[in-house]
Design a protein around this ligand. Sequence first.
Ligand SMILES: *[C@@H]1O[C@H](CO)[C@@H](O)[C@H](O)[C@H]1NC(C)=O
Ligand SMILES: *[C@@H]1O[C@H](CO)[C@@H](O)[C@H](O)[C@H]1NC(C)=O
Length: 468
Amino acid sequence: MVPYRCRCSGGLITTLVAAVLVCGAVAGTMEVEYSWVYVDYTFASPNHRESAIKSGKFIPENCVILDVDIFQGPSEEKLYFNMGSNSNSAVTKQRVFVTVPRIKPGNPASVAEIVPGDRPSSVLLAPYPNWKANTISEDTINCNDTIISVFRTKIDYLGRFWIVDVGTLDQFDITARSVCPPKLLIFDLKNGDRVIKTYKFPSSQVKDVSLFTNIEVDIRDSKGRNTFAYITDTTAYKLVVYDFKNDESWVIDQAYFYPYPNKAHFKIKDVNFDLMDGILGLALGPIIKNDRKLYFHAFASIRESWVNTNTLQNKSLFQNGLIDGCGTFFLSSEVRETQSSVQVMTDNGVLIYASMDNSLGCWNIQDPFIPKYTHTIYKSDKDFQFPTGMKIVGDKVWAVSNQLQNQFTTMVINRNSVKYRVLVGRVDELIKRTGCDKRSAYEDIKMPSNVQKLYPSKDGLVFSGKIK
Ligand SMILES: *[C@@H]1O[C@H](CO)[C@@H](O)[C@H](O)[C@H]1NC(C)=O
Ligand SMILES: *[C@@H]1O[C@H](CO)[C@@H](O)[C@H](O)[C@H]1NC(C)=O
């Protein structure tokens, strides 16, 4: 694998200086947007906060930010200043959400929105959609409405906020227990956070060891009715397909969802740990001829796999348990340097994946998945320890790193050091001059005319390109 590119700009002198100072130390263009030493919430008052800490309902060191999601609201009415000119500006309201799964006791809310403010670090988290939905009263839990524990979420192009609730508490603790069935909650960010849907997964689709960790959302029509969600069951090694139109789900069992025992060992900083984790990373490819691929990989793996989503959507194929997948599921013949957690894909088919060596890599799906075509585009041992969440929104990639390895040990960690970070980078700058950016090699490369692109407008989704 080629080493990550050193990003140097400016005049000759600064270029030389930067080359000496920057290369090999800090690379790249992921900027820390938010950071936290410990998470804190918008408690109703300092007294509420104090009593939550006293009663053990809030143990700050047990609250770990895992995923991030961004909603670019519709541009608000253009503001016209009565200044005799037509100067105006469209203001886009951006909302940033994070998940804080209840992996240990003392976590007051599992989905939260970052409270905009002028504090760059330790911004407060406001429970989403509100405190009530995030409050667990142990004796009478209402599984319909209560958000128990959420690992990852997905905001789709239509402003629907898909939340996968694993239904278990204290996942990383000896007190781990399942209190509700896993469920899918869909909120409408464009309509006052109205609940669109609550779907409980049938018990036949949930194993004792199940953990629904990640979700991708595949919209196939302009109104969003024909939509499928693909949900990873990382510890039962399954992929769950949810059909939004028919409000039903089914489970797919396939060998490529399983971990590789020889890749189950991880080392970050000085922490060694073993995780036999299966399918985790998901990314949807461009729509080509009314089909698109789902790219995926197990966490304990260094390979990439893919499958046509039209296959996943055909429920009848998966009635009889484990399928051999010959000719439908594909496995890369070659490997990455290290395991990868989460990944995203651009509209043009550039996969960006987070690696467990504190880096980001890229691969263009037009190339074979071999080391010659996988490139490291960012690496930071300080800022990017254990990336666990990633999204692509517009021309930017957003990621979370959280030093999760420290939750696996009893090692005392520095109480004052930054542990959780939300980072942002521009996709075009990250992949520029790597083989992932086909435009740099062929400046005028055109997408094949049968590629359909989806983009949002005020009337819903619009397809460009040919639709058959
Ligand atoms: C939960 O939802 C189910 C199905 O909609 C309903 O039958 C049940 O009464 C609800 N339970 C509560 C506590 O609201
Ligand atoms: C689903 O798969 C079955 C079995 O292979 C096949 O007969 C059927 O045509 C498929 N349905 C669709 C909609 O592709």
